[in-house]
Design a protein around this ligand. Structure first.
Ligand SMILES: [Zn+2]
Length: 198
């Protein structure tokens, strides 16, 4: 699974510290190096420091939720396999609205199934198609009428955009001047309205 000198690295993005630690222990016991992040912003900060081989992410998190985080990851790092573990959906197939390669329902999967999936992805890594950036705009969920904080899908830096309208917006990154396309979708409701996130 991992060579003695270079363990595979897995980034776990999960806001519940207890669950994050459980995941860390579980994965470390299998010889993986584990990076933890408590929301999407921390996840992006971790990606700026070092790239993991696999990302495991929750969806419902404060600050930057998993939909936003994964839409940035898919555009910026399309070759990193992503596993979503979430209570938002049931079943074992990847919900269409989730930008992930595999999905496990929170608390309802066997750890050995997760390990097997990680192994699959690690075996495929060298042959994983070098997909180009998807054309879809990164998704941002608007929780209020105030400014949203968007993340540049190129340099990963964040900045506020005041009252962007729903739908696809284009802004120039304050830092690297590249054009960022992002889509504003409705507020996070309960149950999560993902009908427009695809
Ligand atoms: Zn930028």
């Amino acid at each position: 699974m991992s060579s003695a000198s270079f363990p595979y690295r897995i980034l776990v993005v999960e806001d519940d510290p207890a669950l994050r630690e459980v995941a860390r222990h579980m994965l470390e016991s299998k010889g993986y190096e584990v990076l933890g992040a408590e929301d999407g912003f921390q996840g992006l900060a971790a990606l700026k420091r070092s790239l993991p081989d696999v990302i495991i992410s929750d969806l419902r998190m404060p600050n930057m939720n998993g939909f936003e985080f994964l839409s940035v990851v898919r555009r910026r790092f399309p070759s990193i396999p992503v596993i979503v573990i979430s209570g938002e959906f049931t079943g074992l197939t990847v919900p269409e609205s989730v930008l992930a390669d595999a999905f496990f329902p929170k608390g309802q999967y066997k750890p050995q199934d997760l390990f097997a999936k990680i192994e699959d992805f690690l075996c495929e890594l060298p042959t994983r198609p070098k997909v180009g950036k998807p054309q879809k705009a990164a998704v941002w969920v608007k929780n209020s009428n105030e400014a949203v904080v968007v993340t540049c899908t190129d340099c990963l830096r964040t900045f506020p955009v005041t009252s962007p309208p729903k739908g696809v917006n284009e802004v120039e990154c304050d830092f690297c001047s590249c054009t960022i396309r992002f889509e504003i979708v409705g507020a996070l409701l309960s149950p999560l309205d993902t009908s427009r996130i695809s």
